[in-house]
Design a protein around this ligand. Structure first.
Ligand SMILES: O=P(O)(O)O[C@@H]1C[C@H](O)[C@@H](CO)O1
Length: 306
C-alpha cells in the first residue's frame, strides 16, 4: 500500500487537480501508443519516476503514463499506459499488473485494454479490430496467474469469477461507437482471445489447436491485466487489432511425397511458408492507429460522466 501512497504523492506534485482522479484507463498495445494522442492537455510521466513500475523493453512500447482529457465539454479524465509489461520480458506477474492496480487506486472505473494479435480465422483478416468477449488462457489454467498467493489486500476477494470479465455494456458501446463513426461492418468483429506466454509465435499445429479450442485471435498480453482489473472491480473492454494471420495450413505437405514426386520426375510447386515478425505487427499498428484512436475516443465520449 505504501507504493500507492508514494506514487500518489509524486502524481499530485506533477498533475493538475482535474487529472489526478482519472475515470477511464487505457492500455496501449504494441505500436498503439499514439492512442493517447486523442487526449487533450496531456501530462506524461515516465515509469522511471514511479515506484513499482518496471521498464518496457519491447519495441513499439514507450514507458510512461499519460494523463489527459477525452470528450466534449469538461471531458473525461483518462490515464493511459504507453507501454505495457509482458511476462516474457522476465517481469513477474505482480509487476506486469501493478499499473492496473494503481489505476484502480486512482479511481479508474472502466478500462480499455488494447493489443496486437494474430488471427486464427481467415474470416478475421488483418486490420480487423476484434471486440473480445471471452478468453482462453492456458498459462492461467496451468499456474501463471497474477492472483496466486495471498489476496492483494484484506479487501480483495480470494476467488475471482471471470464468467463476466468482458463488460457487456462496454462491448455494446464499442459497436455503437463504430456505427456512429461510420466504420464498415467488417472493421469490427467479436471473438475470443487466446493468451500464450510468447515470445515465440505459434507453430501451425499450435494455431490449429487454439482455433479448435475456440480461439479467434492469439496474443502474448492482456489476460493478466484483465484478471487484475476484475480483481479491482473495474469494467473491462478489450480491443485486439489483428496484425497478422497465424498460418494454419489445413494439411501439411508430406516431405516423403515430395521426394517421391522428385524421383518420379514430377514438378513440385512448393508454397513458401509465411512467417510473422514484430516489425510487421508494428507496421499494421501504425496503419490502423487512427481508426483505433477514433474508436477509443468515441467509446469514452459515450460513457456516463458520473
Ligand atoms: O503488447 P501486445 O500484446 O499488443 O503485443 C503483441 C504481443 C507481443 O508482445 C508482440 C508480438 O509481436 O505484439
Amino acid at each position: 500500500m505504501d507504493v500507492f501512497k508514494s506514487n500518489v504523492d509524486v502524481l499530485s506534485k506533477l498533475l493538475p487537480p482535474h487529472l489526478l482522479a482519472p475515470r477511464v484507463g487505457i492500455v496501449c498495445g504494441s505500436g498503439l501508443s499514439t492512442l493517447a494522442t486523442c487526449m487533450r492537455g496531456i501530462v506524461e510521466i515516465p515509469y522511471n519516476d514511479l515506484e513499482g513500475f518496471v521498464h518496457s523493453t519491447v519495441p513499439g512500447h514507450k514507458s510512461s503514463l499519460a494523463f489527459g482529457l477525452i470528450g466534449e465539454g469538461e471531458g473525461v479524465p483518462v490515464v493511459a499506459m504507453l507501454g505495457r509489461f509482458h511476462p516474457y520480458e522476465g517481469h513477474v506477474l505482480s509487476s506486469v499488473v501493478y499499473p492496473i492496480r494503481l489505476m484502480a487506486h486512482l479511481g479508474v472505473k472502466d478500462i480499455i485494454i488494447t493489443n496486437a494479435a494474430g488471427s486464427l480465422r481467415p474470416s478475421i483478416p488483418v486490420g480487423t479490430i476484434v471486440v473480445i468477449q471471452d478468453h482462453i488462457a492456458l498459462p492461467l489454467l496451468t499456474g501463471l496467474n497474477p492472483l496466486l498467493g495471498p489476496p492483494f489486500s484484506p479487501k480483495h476477494a480470494r476467488f475471482v469469477p471471470l464468467s463476466d470479465a468482458y463488460s457487456r455494456p462496454l462491448r455494446l458501446a464499442a459497436f455503437r461507437a463504430a456505427h456512429a463513426l461510420g466504420l464498415e461492418r467488417d472493421a469490427l468483429a467479436e471473438g475470443t482471445y487466446t493468451w500464450v506466454s510468447g515470445p515465440t509465435y505459434e507453430t501451425p499445429a499450435e494455431g490449429r489447436f487454439l482455433r479448435n479450442a475456440g480461439g479467434d485471435v492469439v496474443g502474448m498480453s492482456t489476460v493478466p491485466e484483465v484478471v487484475a482489473a476484475r480483481d479491482e472491480g473495474m469494467n473491462v473492454l478489450v480491443l485486439s487489432l489483428v496484425t497478422n494471420l497465424v498460418v494454419i495450413p489445413d494439411g501439411y505437405r508430406s516431405v516423403r511425397e515430395e521426394v517421391e514426386a522428385e524421383i518420379a520426375g514430377q514438378s513440385i510447386v512448393r508454397a513458401p511458408t509465411p512467417t510473422v515478425s514484430h516489425e510487421e505487427v508494428l507496421s499494421v499498428g501504425k496503419q490502423k492507429a487512427d481508426v483505433m484512436k477514433s474508436l477509443v475516443a468515441e467509446i469514452i465520449g459515450r460513457l456516463p460522466r458520473a
